[in-house]
Design a protein around this ligand. Structure first.
Ligand code: DX5
Ligand code: ZN
Length: 223
């Protein structure tokens, strides 16, 4: 079963409450929240108070993506704010295990993310501590970029690593997912699709959700 995780970064921030209601009405379960510090990436967005506001508004599964150079300092605050899953970047420290243990100690699910130029090997040793691996298909920092499809070749590699652990680890893709490339993302092995502008700025978001579910179902039934 694939999950669609709409990225709030692509929503109309002046109508945020209605945008969250739209996600619920579409029957989706996840909400992706991008947090940027202006240092790990060249943009700034959201923060623990924003996550707390989302938590007040909805029971959606809050999929919190930290693009921060020093996530260690903020993990507890995001957990208190009500994050269901916290994803940190593998590039920020040599001791990602420490971050993942800290997230798990808060009773929150753990994720690790890699940028487009980071090898899939970076996640191998982390899998015993992960509930999710997030493969970026754009340089993190901004919504609305074109997907780097070359990054999709990492997915079968990571899927195989996941299968070898025997653990139930989700494989999420983030960046530039649109109707015309989503089938390749699903085919490559993703089971959580982050979609920002492709959903919130679509003329008919319900049609996008239906099409994504149909693609996933088609892939599941493929020989
Ligand atoms: C980029 C963010 C993404 C972004 C995706 O740094 O991590 O979550 O919002 O937006 P789209 O789907 O517009 O590429
Ligand atoms: Zn993201």
């Amino acid at each position: 079963m694939i999950e669609i995780s709409p990225s709030v970064l692509g929503a109309d921030l002046l109508r945020l409450g209605e945008e969250i209601e739209l996600v619920e009405t579409l029957g989706l379960q996840w909400l992706h929240i991008d947090n940027m510090d202006g240092h790990f990436v060249s943009n700034i967005s959201f923060g623990p108070d924003f996550v707390a506001a989302m938590r007040q508004k909805t029971n959606l599964f809050l999929d919190v993506h930290l693009m921060l150079s020093n996530p260690r300092q903020y993990i507890a605050a995001y957990a208190r704010a009500g994050a269901d899953l916290i994803t940190v970047h593998a590039e920020v420290t040599d001791d990602v295990e420490d971050l993942l243990r800290l997230i798990a100690a808060q009773g929150v699910k753990t994720g690790v993310s890699i940028r487009p130029d980071t090898s899939p090997e970076a996640v191998r040793r982390l899998l015993p501590l992960c509930d999710l691996v997030l493969v970026m298909t754009v340089q993190p920092g901004f919504g609305g970029q074109s997907m780097r499809e070359d990054c999709l070749s990492k997915l079968p590699v990571i899927r195989k690593m996941i299968d070898e652990t025997g653990r139930d680890i989700r494989l999420e893709v983030d960046g530039g997912i649109k109707m015309d490339n989503a089938h390749r993302v699903i085919q490559a092995g993703a089971d959580v699709l982050v979609i920002g502008t492709g959903l919130f700025q679509a003329e008919d978001p319900a049609a996008v959700v239906t099409a994504l579910h149909e693609m996933a179902e088609g892939e599941r039934c493929a020989p």
